[in-house]
Design a protein around this ligand. Structure first.
Ligand SMILES: [Zn+2]
Ligand SMILES: [Zn+2]
Length: 242
């Protein structure tokens, strides 16, 4: 299986180590035909990307497009879901300027309100210590993601289930309906064959992303490809497969 794109890369605009330029050059070196810059939304505590910086990223990409041929350089994001109602931390006008939109749940975010911070940050933390709370938290997390894909045009949900439990079957069913792909994340090693199989049964598509936080790791997708194949996926199931 050959992947032509890596949609999930971070830069120094959040907590990545490389610049936009370095990520793109690394993608060229790996032979990718497309690479996306997908910075965190601003609500990640301590590492979020300033909304104003997204305009700078867009400009840098425009400049690089003139300089580098043979690769599509895409302006994207990894927005945070910041309420159970599915609010995102990047304004819709900015999302509309992007080539694609990814959203994810992260455990260390500021919610839209104190109540949302409680549901998304504190309750997830509590559920790790008190398994009896897991069902409620899983239901809430899943609902937050589903509301986000109902309200916004979302291309990919990043690392479903990482640090924050979700109901794969329910999420995958809704994602299939909305044309949103679920990510198989090559960076965190949390994805299981079982998760992929359950999701595939719902008819959802997948995207394999490196979640690179340093240029060398851009396009580093081998392990995730192996996992996808082990779960029985073919190139038709994966939006960035040739
Ligand atoms: Zn993430
Ligand atoms: Zn990421």
């Amino acid at each position: 299986m050959i992947l032509f794109a890596d949609f999930h890369t971070h830069t120094i605009y959040s907590h990545g180590r490389g610049t936009v330029r370095e990520n793109v050059y690394s993608a060229v070196k790996k032979g990718l035909k497309a690479v996306g810059i997908s910075e965190h939304g601003p609500n990640n505590i301590g590492v979020g990307t300033n909304i104003r910086d997204f305009e700078k990223i867009k400009k840098e990409i425009e400049e690089l497009k003139k300089e580098i041929k043979g690769i599509d350089i895409l302006f994207g994001c990894e927005a945070n879901v910041i309420s159970l109602e599915g609010d995102l931390d990047i304004p819709e006008e900015l999302l509309n300027e992007m080539d694609y939109v990814m959203v994810g749940l992260h455990p260390q975010i500021w919610g839209k309100s104190l109540k949302d911070t409680y549901h998304l940050l504190i309750e997830n933390y509590i559920a790790k210590k008190l398994p009896s709370r897991l069902t409620k938290v899983m239901e809430q997390n899943t609902r937050a993601l589903i509301n986000a894909i109902e309200r916004y045009k979302v291309d990919i949900i990043t690392h479903p289930g990482l640090h924050m439990p979700i109901d794969t079957k329910i999420l995958a069913k809704k994602a299939a309906e909305k044309g949103t792909a679920l990510e198989i994340n090559a960076g965190h090693n949390h994805t299981t064959v079982n998760y992929i199989k359950i999701a595939k049964e719902q008819g959802v598509k997948f995207a394999i992303g490196s979640d690179a936080h340093e240029p060398d790791r851009v396009g580093d997708l081998k392990q995730a490809i192996k996992l996808a194949q082990k779960a029985g996926l073919t190139k038709e199931d994966i939006i960035n497969a040739l």
